[in-house]
Design a protein around this ligand. Structure first.
Ligand SMILES: *Cc1c(COP(=O)(O)O)cnc(C)c1O
Length: 236
């Protein structure tokens, strides 16, 4: 148990903000997936969120994800999202376990996912991570390379491209992220309109605790909220 954090109350605050952002921007609340980013949190904390209605959890490290996957093996209605940079040597642990991988960021990784999924007659739903602001500290495809990358990655038959993801820069003034989100939305629409085989631009994953309202206003339909639900992370 987490004594100081009321997860259910936090969730209701986030849900209310999502609703308000939806009304402001003519969106439907039901169309927004609030992904609870549970990295560093113990399974007991995830259980609290589950009891408060959460069914989608986001993890960023494969080993930690596998531990939690194991802890919730009996709970079959959880969707697990992998949101962190994925190393090719970890892909072999994933077939059949993820609902969505948010971080396809290289052809080498696409090859590995395709081959590992193929071995088990499975496929993986993935989002292409775009480094919209071209930050050196971040992974992802540059915006101008997105179209070519998607055409190339779409050739792997055991990968289903379902949309795009970005991590916005950590600007002091949160309004500065708006153009970043707007740019990704445009790429989402442009790449979606090409009707590329094997590509279905369904999900736009953008916005975190500090900026999810702006992300919704700019077209996000998955927001990734950690701190806003679980409180501050303590790294051991
Ligand atoms: C940690 C993380 C989040 C959640 O961040 P908060 O600021 O705690 O909401 C979202 N997306 C990614 C990729 C993350 O690693």
């Amino acid at each position: 148990m987490n004594d100081s954090i009321d997860i259910s109350k936090n969730l209701n605050i986030v849900r209310k903000k999502v609703k308000d952002a939806c009304s402001r921007s003519g969106r439907k609340y039901e169309d927004i997936l609030i992904l609870a980013v549970s990295k560093t949190m113990e399974p007991g904390i995830l259980k609290e969120a589950y009891d408060a209605g959460v069914r989608d959890f986001g993890e960023n490290k494969v080993q930690e994800f596998l531990d939690k996957y194991e802890a919730f093996k009996e709970t079959t209605d959880i969707n697990w999202h992998l949101i962190g940079h994925l190393q090719t040597n970890k892909v072999k642990y994933l077939p059949g376990k993820t609902f969505l991988i948010h971080s396809l960021d290289s052809i080498k990784l696409a090859e590995e996912i395709d081959s590992r999924m193929g071995k088990e007659n499975l496929s993986a739903d993935v989002l292409v991570q775009i480094n919209v602001a071209k930050e050196e500290s971040k992974f992802g495809i540059y915006p101008e390379d997105a179209m070519d990358f998607i055409y190339e990655a779409a050739k792997f038959k055991n990968i289903k491209i379902k949309g795009l993801m970005t991590i916005a820069p950590d600007f002091e003034d949160r309004e500065q992220v708006r153009p970043v989100f707007r740019r990704l939305f445009k790429i989402f629409v442009d790449t979606g309109s090409k009707n590329i085989d094997n590509v279905h631009m369904k999900y736009l994953s953008m916005g975190m605790s500090k900026d999810f309202e702006i992300a919704i206003e700019e077209g996000a339909n998955i927001i990734r909220v950690g701190t806003g639900i679980f409180g501050k992370r303590v790294y051991k």
